[in-house]
Design a protein around this ligand. Structure first.
Ligand code: C2O
Ligand code: CU
Ligand code: CU
Length: 435
């Protein structure tokens, strides 16, 4: 008989064209995991094996990446670097263990402006090995580049790709505009915000009483810190703890704080649940730590990465496609058309060593900078006071310099890129090699 624990964490996942009512009353063409938006939430348990049989029903190749998981590199889902592209009609078995609990996500790593932009993004939740007092509320953020008739505007405009990226026109939470999300009255809630947009920075503000920040990019803050508001760039997550009011029908509004008053993203409304605990736990407990190796700062090696802008248009390809290249890491732009001819890594790291890495955003735009396969510690910044924390993506504002540290304990070639998808497609990408 099959091991039930394995069965519990077995999934079949497809990527396929579908239709979805993103704008109320109009259907749009989307690309959906299992033909759905929002995508199925994949749940795993910390330390246990997760197996996902992925079937590519798109009419083009793809790969699936498990963002934030400290994974075996063979399962990281980056074309050419870690696996051959999965052709249209092909399939691949992703089989890995999730060492850390938290809020993660999954998305393709090919033709990403289109594949992510049209809907291939989903939440991957890894549950703690022991229960926490929280009730989960997933808040998946994604904008769409739609006209009012539900058809698409161009997903990328070169002049925007050379700036902060092309913004969507329709903001959705879990696939709906400004939805009202029912939450159990009186319970401790864990709001798991995921920025699954290609471009936008959301500055999350929660109207509830005394919310706490439980985790950033899935990594717990210990102890939990008071939550004021948090700017999360593309790819980033924040978990907010909150006690839902006991009065049914009470609303908590969640805003994206752009401008003075912000824009409503969604609201939570309390409902009384049958069989709910009479005396719910009213303390907002910190989450348990994940087993991230502690950087040995005294014996660390130094590295530095500088992100720059170059206003260059590379020659037009034979097919007449303009291959723009706007961004550089250490004076090099990633050539997204290079395919199997991999360039040299940005850096070679020795397995097991600690690295202290200077990041310098020498551009006039923000960049959420992401490293695959690791959770790093943010040590300092010249733009804000840092109480060190762990994450997999750091939002660098213009001209910011920050210092991060990590233990190079995971061998392989690991992608390092900006998560503004157009930035990574126009040069802001590379990889490090750990051996
Ligand atoms: Cu969400 Cu290459 O990453
Ligand atoms: Cu990633
Ligand atoms: Cu960027």
């Amino acid at each position: 008989m099959a091991n039930p624990q394995v069965d519990d964490y077995d999934y079949i996942l497809t990527a396929e064209p579908a239709r979805s009512e993103v704008l109320a009353g109009t259907e749009s063409d989307i690309l959906g995991f299992n033909g759905q938006f929002p995508a199925p939430v994949i749940r795993a348990k910390q330390g246990q094996r997760l197996r996902i049989r992925f079937i590519n029903k798109l009419n083009e190749p793809t790969t699936i990446h498990w963002h934030g998981i400290r994974i075996d590199v063979a399962m990281d889902g980056v074309p050419y670097l870690t696996q051959p592209p999965i052709p249209a009609g092909g399939e691949f078995l992703y089989d890995f263990v999730c060492p850390d609990a938290g809020t993660f996500w999954y998305h393709p790593h090919m033709n990403s402006v289109k594949q992510l932009g049209m809907g291939l993004v989903g939440a991957l939740i890894v549950d703690e090995s022991s229960a926490t007092p929280y009730r989960d509320v997933i808040i998946g953020l994604k904008d769409w580049r739609l006209k009012s008739d539900g058809t698409y505007l161009p997903l990328s405009l070169p002049r925007e790709a050379a700036r902060a990226g092309t913004l969507g026109t329709v903001a959705t939470v879990n696939g709906r505009q400004q939805p009202v999300i029912p939450v159990p009255a009186g319970q401790a809630l864990r709001l798991r915000f995921l920025n699954m947009d290609n471009t936008r920075v959301y500055t999350i503000a929660v109207d509830g009483r005394e919310p706490v920040c439980l985790a950033l990019d899935g990594s717990p803050l210990i102890p939990a810190r008071p939550f004021k508001q948090e700017a999360i760039g593309a790819g980033m997550r924040v978990d907010v703890g909150l006690i839902a009011p006991t009065e049914p029908g009470t609303e908590i509004v969640i805003h994206d704080m752009k401008g003075r008053f912000g824009v409503e993203l969604c609201r939570l409304r309390t409902v009384v649940e049958e069989g709910a605990a009479e005396k719910p736990d009213k303390t907002l407990l910190s989450l348990p730590p994940n087993p991230i190796p502690e950087p040995d700062l005294e014996h660390a090696e130094a590295l530095s990465f500088v992100f720059e802008w170059q206003g260059a248009l590379s020659p037009t390809s034979a097919e007449g496609e303009v291959n723009h290249s706007f961004w550089l890491i250490n004076r090099r732009a990633w050539d997204s058309h290079a395919g199997a001819d991999l360039p040299a890594p940005l850096a070679r790291l020795e397995l097991g060593k600690t690295y202290v890495i200077q990041l310098h955003n020498a551009t006039p735009h923000h960049h959420p900078i992401h490293l695959h396969g690791f959770i790093f510690t943010v040590l300092s910044s010249d733009k804000r006071d840092i109480d060190p924390y762990q994450c997999d993506t750091i939002l660098l504002e213009k001209n910011e310099r920050a210092t991060i540290a990590l233990v190079a304990d995971n061998p392989g070639r690991w992608m390092f890129h900006c998560h503004v998808i157009e930035h990574m497609k126009t040069g802001l990408m590379g990889y490090i090699h750990v051996a």
